[in-house]
Write a protein that binds this ligand. Structure first.
Ligand SMILES: Cc1ncc(COP(=O)(O)O)c(C=O)c1O
Length: 466
């Protein structure tokens, strides 16, 4: 054992551990631009070295961290570099990375300002900036969750509370068993995690009235049924394939006089509101009742960070608030009263750091650059002979290889195996295709060119084989 375990200087061990971790982190970041995006099979196999019996006795933090870096770092997928284009994954902004390290060192419990004055302050400031940036109502509740799934859950729980209250039913005290029925009206393209959130709330998928969508995956407004005060309408900003947004304003205007609740899952697409160039794709979105957006997607905060925004804070507080004899609740709306989590990390600090470091112009530039890279991808793929299946208005590209659409998963796998880039196959409107999502601040034009070259090589190699 090293002298890091010297009990006369307990915090010296923490200082050493921080320095060691910073050194490993620095080496990781130094190599990220040139390293493989997908790890080698050998590096994945080496993870078996973690399969040891629980250590019988203590060891130094140095030993623990050494194993973590030696085995763990090579077996990561390089999502923080510039060439990860799968799912919708942001990298980590420098200021947010640093804020994560500092906030981890503070290890704050952000359930109220009694346990973390700084955590609550920075979340409050970040919440105000977010509402300003996204042009959403100032009085909204802003809760920081693990991701869009839980943020959707949070908003839908508030919606249920509110819709049932309008029918004289307090679901917080009376429960669901004998409650009046609600109508759930959802885009047929709604994300699977919204359906999961409904399930967690006791609402099954057979209860949903699905509304058909157009070729871009946007709800057809005329097909939305008659709305009333029992209706919860689930729309999205940012279809995970095409990037398209539903006609939110049109549907929310119809809902306005009926008492229906309109919810928008904007996990990545709501960030379009932060750039004057893309904002108009979301026309009228601010008329909805609740919105979800992820920090860990296009804002490029570290995982995990989702944001639940609810215009009327009352129903979410009624649903999420907790009282216990040992709690002295500070402030008017404690974080624990806005989200399901009671004890949680100060994840809003990383949002604050992202917004503070980029500013309005930097965020607009991040959105615009990603969209420009997506257009360059579409142009490059079209020049190669791919058919682009979506309108590339945001950060998403869906492209089919017309000569043999079944090659799509093999093209994605081939490129992944070379280590150059990572993106996935998809099935879009019955067509097999590759799907590219640009959401990293670190992506450069060179990353796009390298990836296009790797796709071209993959197509040549696979076409020769076929
Ligand atoms: C439109 C949409 N909604 C919800 C989610 C779920 O987000 P999270 O993984 O942050 O829970 C995603 C994830 O990709 C998404 O694209």
């Amino acid at each position: 054992m090293s002298n890091m375990t010297d009990t006369t200087a307990p915090f010296q061990q923490s200082i050493d551990a921080l320095q060691l971790a910073a050194g490993y982190g620095k080496s990781y970041v130094e190599a990220i631009a040139d390293r493989r995006v997908a790890p080698l099979d050998a590096d994945i196999s080496a993870l078996q070295e973690f399969d040891i019996a629980l250590p019988a006795s203590p060891r130094s933090a140095e030993e623990t961290l050494r194993d973590l870096d030696r085995l763990g770092s090579p077996a990561t997928v390089a999502t923080t570099g510039g060439r990860f284009f799968g799912l919708v994954v942001g990298a980590t902004l420098p200021a947010s990375l640093g804020a994560r390290v500092l906030a981890s060192t503070w290890d704050q419990i952000v359930f109220s300002d009694a346990t973390s004055p700084v955590g609550v302050k920075l979340e409050t400031v970040a919440a105000g900036w977010l509402l300003d940036l996204l042009h959403l109502p100032k009085q909204s509740s802003v809760g920081f969750t693990t991701g869009a799934t839980v943020a959707n859950f949070t908003c839908l729980a508030a919606a249920r509370q509110s819709l049932l209250a309008r029918q004289g039913w307090d679901v917080s005290t009376k429960g669901l068993r004998n409650s009046p029925p609600l109508r759930i009206i959802a885009s047929e393209q709604i994300h699977v995690t919204v359906i999961k959130a409904l399930r967690l709330l006791g609402i099954g998928s057979d209860e949903i009235e699905f509304v058909p969508c157009d070729a871009q995956g946007r709800v057809i407004a005329e097909k939305v049924p008659e709305l009333d005060e029992t209706a919860l309408v689930l729309l999205q900003a940012g279809n995970l394939n095409s990037g398209a947004a539903d006609p939110i304003g049109e549907i929310a205007s119809r809902a306005a006089n009926t008492g229906a609740w309109v919810h928008v899952d904007g996990a990545f697409g709501l960030w379009a509101a932060a750039s004057p160039k893309t904002c108009r794709q979301l026309e009228g979105y601010e008329k909805a009742d609740s919105w979800v957006v992820d920090g860990h997607k296009w804002l490029n905060t570290p995982y995990d960070c989702g944001i639940a925004i609810i215009k009327d804070p009352k129903p979410v507080h009624l649903t999420m608030a907790t009282q216990a004899p040992y709690l002295e609740v500070g402030g008017t709306a404690a974080p624990k009263d806005m989200v399901p989590e009671f004890s949680r990390s100060a994840r809003g600090v990383e949002v604050w750091a992202a917004l503070h470091s980029l500013g309005r112009a930097g965020i607009g530039d991040l959105i615009d650059r990603s969209c420009e890279h997506a257009r360059d991808f579409a142009d490059g793929l079209a020049a190669m002979g791919f058919q682009i299946l979506n309108d590339v208005a945001l950060n998403q590209v869906v492209a089919a290889w017309p000569a043999d659409e079944s090659l799509a998963p093999k093209i994605a796998e081939h490129v992944k195996t070379t280590g150059t880039a990572w993106f996935g196959p998809t099935n879009w409107q019955g067509r097999q295709a590759i799907r590219i999502s640009v959401a990293s601040w670190a992506t450069t034009k060179e990353d796009v060119s390298k990836t296009l070259a790797a796709i071209s090589n993959a197509v040549s190699a696979l076409s020769v084989k076929a």
